[in-house]
Design a protein around this ligand. Sequence first.
Ligand code: NAD
Length: 256
Amino acid sequence: MGKLENKVAIITGGAGGIGKVTAKRFLEEGAKVVLVDLFQESLDQTKAELEALGEVMIVQADVSKEEEVKNYVNKTVEHFGKIDIFFNNAGIEGKVAPITEQKVEDLDKVLAVNVRGVFLGLKYVLTVMKEQGYGSVINTSSVAGLHGSPDVTPYVASKHAVVGLTKSTALEVAPYQVRVNSIHPSPVNTRMMRSLEEGFAPGQAEAAKANMEKSIPLGRYGESEDISNLVLFLASDDSKFITGAQYRVDGGMGAL
Ligand code: NAD
């Protein structure tokens, strides 16, 4: 018997690195998954990779657009009748540059996905979960949501905002037995990290990676599997007395 038998889980950024591996983990534990992402083609490909493991529904959406968020929530409820788990995970990295070279548009672009997208997902999914009287939400922040990081100020600001969204919504929905927590990964081996390495040291991504790995006490980047283990814990009843919490999954960076 899996830990998520017959649960219905929405995963945004579901065709990306952490999202796809978490979808696989959820399916292996008996859940049905709804994958939300920007591009139909990557969703089709992800569905083809995962559907042997269980029921996979895909919905193309830009999480920063209210009508599209309403649509993925409505489609899930129409098809499955409920939402047990919401992995509110889609995000973008933004420009790598000192604040003196960041434009207002650079800030707005990151906030649209990482803050408005998370806000809208919470707004519409929590409407359903409050009514149900159960549910678990996991918002993806970052170690950059707990401390500063030079040259990625818009990203850092957006991930700090996710902490505020998590804490305040957790308090609002606790009386309905709905839980909301955030996760805080250090660098993880995905497309996003490769793009950031290139941003920090153009043409020297390998050197940038080696440098960053040295700053992580366990000496390596996280893998998406490392993150999905934590998400599974927070999604399942193993964490049923945990809400409003910030969970690091960071190879020891928090102890520095
Ligand atoms: P990724 O780029 O592989 O995946 C992100 C996914 O989100 C992509 O599939 C992308 O298409 C999707 N997405 C982006 N904008 C979207 C939008 N407007 N609407 C719908 N989908 C959209 O990167 P990842 O590492 O898997 O990132 C997942 C989450 O983890 C992000 O929130 C990221 O900030 C966070 N995170 C990543 C790291 C890391 O080092 N990789 C560290 C800490 C936190």
